[in-house]
Design a protein around this ligand. Structure first.
Ligand SMILES: Cc1cc2nc3c(=O)[nH]c(=O)nc-3n(C[C@H](O)[C@H](O)[C@H](O)COP(=O)(O)OP(=O)(O)OC[C@H]3O[C@@H](n4cnc5c(N)ncnc54)[C@H](O)[C@@H]3O)c2cc1C
Length: 324
């Protein structure tokens, strides 16, 4: 039986895993997070829920659209008519639900940060921060390229100059995300998700109107790229207050009961590699994928999840069509 280790339980890693398992492979997905889903991230906040990573998903290809439709039939998704982009998909109780839907029946090891990758006579040998060893005939890496460079270049010498160059060309924007809980509904106009043309704020989403936090009103605010770059390593509480002061019409200070600020060093792709994956120049199969790979509209922020999904599919297709 063929085996594969996948680094990263985001949509790319989960999609590849699912496809390989369906074809009889033994697959282990490793993720450093406490839960799965990566940037398909939903947090609990004062008894409510808020998406602090991906906000809305769109599909431009039949492959992704078909999967979204099947997930919808299993009640994992619902449509949200966000202005001005038009209707998009969201997880029924938060975006993390999309990842959970993909993860059904997969072997996923969470809280396992990969710290070392080597090969020996038995194949790939992957070590995590807990000291555990994982083995596979093939290796897929779906973590953001700058993190992959740290893991595979700074901490090992597995990659040649061309492989390194490919990873270096993939660029990400940072994003500061502010989540707030309220003691009454926000004043954010319908449909509750708005792109803002403001210097400091890109996006505001009312998670009550979105339908994922029916009992406690919560709001997600995404800072602009310029603001996020400036304050990425600053005091997160101060950052939260600075953004909330600009939204008092919709979020009066006396209605806010709880605030959390999340720092995404790698949020959305600014520059992607044109192909849906990259095969490293190693003797055993080793592919890089994720949202940093693929030609679909790299500048449309609502197509990142689709790009990651298609990358995962393409990596699995490659393994399935190249016998080990
Ligand atoms: C604030 C924000 C808003 C966004 N809005 C949208 C949107 O509206 N629409 C859209 O389409 N996209 C959006 N995106 C982008 C979208 O979320 C991502 O493109 C997509 O989820 C990426 O999936 P992935 O599988 O490629 O990577 P990830 O989801 O990042 O998965 C990679 C996984 O690797 C794990 N990992 C990293 N290093 C290690 C290690 N050493 N060992 C083990 N595990 C490791 C991480 O924990 C993570 O779970 C947004 C992102 C952010 C942050």
């Amino acid at each position: 039986m063929q085996s594969c280790v996948i680094i990263g339980a985001g949509i790319a890693g989960l999609t590849a895993a699912r496809q390989l398992v369906q074809q009889g492979w033994t697959v282990t997905v490793l993720d450093k997070g406490r839960g799965l889903g990566g940037r398909l991230a939903t947090r609990r906040l004062a008894g409510g829920r808020a998406d602090h990573g991906a906000q809305v998903i769109r599909a431009t290809t039949a492959a992704f659209s078909d999967w979204l439709t099947s997930a919808d039939e299993q009640t994992a998704l619902m449509e949200w008519p966000v202005d001005p982009v038009g209707a998009g998909w969201v997880g029924r109780d938060g975006m993390n639900r999309v990842a959970k839907q993909l993860a059904t029946e997969l072997t996923i090891e969470t809280e396992q940060t990969v710290v070392s990758v080597q090969t020996d006579e038995m194949g790939w040998r992957i070590e995590t921060n807990s000291g555990q060893l994982f083995r596979g005939d093939a290796l897929l890496c779906t973590i953001p390229a700058p993190q992959a460079l740290t893991l595979f270049v700074d901490k090992s010498n597995l990659l040649g100059p061309t492989d390194q160059h490919v990873l270096q060309t993939i660029l990400y924007e940072p994003c500061l995300a502010v989540l707030v809980a309220l003691n009454r509904a926000s004043q954010i106009p319908k449909p509750g998700g708005l792109w803002l043309d403001r210097p400091d704020i890109n996006w505001v989403a009312d998670n009550l109107q979105k339908g994922i936090s029916p009992d406690v009103p919560t709001v997600t605010i995404l800072a602009s790229t310029a603001f996020s770059r400036t304050y990425l390593d600053g005091d997160l509480n101060a950052v939260g207050q600075q953004l909330l002061e600009q939204l008092t019409d919709w979020l009066p200070a006396e209605t806010i009961t709880s605030v959390q600020v999340h720092r995404w060093r790698y949020s959305q792709v600014a520059q992607a590699h044109p192909d849906p994956y990259w095969r490293a120049d190693t003797s055993l199969p080793f592919l890089f994928g994720g949202d940093g790979f693929g030609g679909i509209a790299p500048h449309d922020p609502h197509l990142n999840v689709e790009r990651a999904f298609l990358s995962g599919q393409s990596m699995a297709d490659w393994l399935l069509t190249h016998p080990l």
